[in-house]
Design a protein around this ligand. Structure first.
Ligand SMILES: [Zn+2]
Length: 427
């Protein structure tokens, strides 16, 4: 067989690339079936890769990927814990078959180091069914077309993961996650015992707790958070719903998102936001900011900029300071200075990493001066080889802190994108 020409590591890399490039559950199923009949070694390697890089596409409430994983892990478990399907247990609310404790424990162990990628979780189109008649579930599969069902099933089949990425589906143009997210997704993430890293590669609808007065669930085990889009507060002044002491609505995701991660050590922000509006937990040691070269005006040269982050204003108000200054006043940032050398000695100096192009981004000099003053290390990493122009929709609908859209023309706002998404799903 030709595979003997290449070392296993190389074949594994090729397979991993192929696996993570798949764009649908059908492709993944065919991939497995093809290798199963073609070559036992390749099939085993692919099984290992699929366990390490779990991809679950839930677009339009699909559970096809989950069924594939359930089948694979069930067969793998049979050899270890035996077939114990005799006493079937059912989740009464979702009418969902529950795995036996042994099987669940087996799966938990199997996936504890895995990277789980959930694609196509939009939260859209669930609201209309929110008050559905549960008693009718025997006669139709309405209950299967809710995000609650999808996530409940997911946690039974993939009950643990080291990292989770919530991403748009490959074919989706408008990746907006609607208000169901914290109510369902956060408790799901909380149920993974080994979870340390979370990446939201999606937009958020801003008032995410709209129908849920409960406080956002905490994810104290997560130490790394990456956000494609930082939610910006849009609390209406006339809203009657309960407010926090700081004036935000209790359902304001912008105000509460970072509070859900009290032990964060690394925060990565992919799209510009005024940093001074953020309240990251005091535990954050490293902040990564993406500042790719972008063509702001059609036909003009692309350039990168830190200005939209306004690093210096934030740092001068105590952002990323070693002793948190809750009020964020100018004078308090001075008192941070003496601690810096101690922290540096302990190797805990705070760091801001800027991922950008070869050219120095606009705003670098002032950011550097402010960081030097505050004892924060500012590092530039050339991540985008110029001339690279990032044109993906992620950058488009971002709003700066004062609500002014970044100047990329003729693209939908978050709200428009959400409406288009909802219309698409209802069609
Ligand atoms: Zn708010």
């Amino acid at each position: 067989m030709a595979r003997l020409c290449l070392p296993n590591e190389t074949i594994e890399q090729i397979l991993e690339y192929a696996w993570t490039s798949t764009t649908s559950a059908t492709e993944r199923k065919v991939f497995f079936a093809t290798l199963a009949t073609a070559d036992a070694v390749l099939h085993t390697l692919l099984s290992r890769i699929a366990t390490h890089c779990v991809i679950i596409d839930v677009s339009r409430f699909s559970t096809d990927d989950m069924d594939l994983y359930a089948d694979r892990s069930y067969r793998a478990a049979e050899a270890v814990v035996g077939n114990k399907r005799s006493s079937l247990r059912i989740d009464q609310y979702y009418n969902l078959e529950l795995p036996e404790d042994d099987l669940l424990a087996f799966r938990r162990d199997l996936y504890k180091s895995s990277h789980l990628r959930i694609e196509g979780f939009t939260g859209a189109s669930d609201q209309a069914r929110h008050h559905r008649d549960i008693s009718s579930r025997e006669t139709d599969d309405t209950h299967r077309r809710t995000w609650g069902y999808v996530l409940a099933k997911l946690t039974h089949i993939i009950p643990d993961a080291f990292s989770v990425t919530v991403a748009p589906a490959p074919g989706s143009s408008w990746p907006v996650v609607k208000q169901i997210v914290p109510a369902l997704l956060f408790p799901t993430l909380r149920s993974f015992p080994s979870l340390r890293s979370v990446h939201f590669a999606t937009f958020f609808e801003v008032l995410n707790y709209a129908n849920h007065s409960a406080a956002p669930p905490y994810l104290p085990r997560v130490t790394s958070l990456r956000l494609a889009h930082v939610p910006i507060c849009e609390c209406p002044s006339t809203d009657w719903r309960p407010r926090r002491a700081d004036g935000h609505l209790a359902c304001c995701l912008a105000a509460t998102l970072l509070e859900s991660f009290p032990n964060l050590r690394h925060l990565h922000i992919e799209s510009p936001v005024f940093l001074k509006t953020l309240r990251p937990p005091a535990s954050v040691e490293t902040l990564t900011l993406d500042a790719p070269p972008v063509m702001r005006i059609q036909g003009r040269q692309a350039f990168s900029s830190l200005i939209e982050y306004n690093v210096s204003a934030a740092v001068r108000r105590g952002f990323m300071s070693l002793s948190p200054s809750p009020s964020g006043s100018e004078s308090e940032s001075e008192s941070v200075q003496p601690d810096v050398t101690d922290e540096r000695r302990n190797g805990k100096r705070r760091k801001i990493v800027v991922r950008t192009g070869a050219e120095e981004p606009f705003g670098w000099v002032s950011a550097k001066a402010a960081c030097d003053e505050a004892g924060i290390e500012l590092v530039k990493v050339v991540e985008y080889v110029e001339p690279v122009v990032r044109t993906d929709p992620m950058l488009i609908a971002i709003k700066s802190a004062d609500g002014v859209s970044v100047s990329v023309p003729k693209r939908p706002t978050v709200l428009e994108a959400a409406q288009m998404m909802a219309a698409e799903v209802q069609r």
